[in-house]
Design a protein around this ligand. Sequence first.
Ligand code: SF4
Length: 248
Amino acid sequence: MARRFLGHHSVSALMTTTKASLDYPEAIVDEYVKHGFSEVFIRPLSLFGFAKRNIKHLGYSLENFADFYSRALDRVLYWNRNGVELREGTAALILNKILSSFDAGYVDLQSPCGAGLAVLVYNYDGFVYPSDEARMLAETGDVSLRLGEIGTPFEALMRTPLMQHLATSTLSTRDPHCSSCAFNPYCGPDPVGAQAEFGSIDAPSRMTEHCRRNTWLFDYFFRKLQVADTTFLDLAYQWAQPAGSHNA
Ligand code: SF4
């Protein structure tokens, strides 16, 4: 019905990988093809709100996700080889970082972090948060990342000690772990994720789920590019273009 009213290409379907997905990467990708979508975004579970409360039922290890993701990507590549145009969102973001000089502006991989600088969330509870994840933390009782009340002037929000701390401590060249990481031109710390996992925005970057997952993803795509044939390279450069320009 949404497609009928909005147009076929105005509707997307967003997937989140849960424990129940792990055995079905090919079937999930095939379902997107069956319904005529040209993009699938293989996303891991985030440790916030409802998902965090239900982690025992929904959660899995990074190794499980890595296996699931690489099988799903292989299936996406299979369809592309067979003439079906299908872009995978996570691959596109990582390849954009590695191969393109035009950043797609993906907030989770910005340095300093995008929280508060690229995003401000004005929530129905009357407060302003530096990201949607910070708002989700507040929903489960942790209001430590509130920037201020709605109505507070923008300049005052930007001058709060929390915002100053987010902006200055999350540069990938300054963070003690990121500064010596090979991937720091493409990545940076995730203080909101650190707060969710460890109860502190200053938790060591290397220990965070964000870091472990992105280390794996960058490593995986560098290895893939190292042995790539021209078919994969063509696709990789096409996906690496920021959204909206990848057909140009
Ligand atoms: S992969 Fe980890 S250590 Fe490297 S820049 Fe990203 S968050 Fe920092």
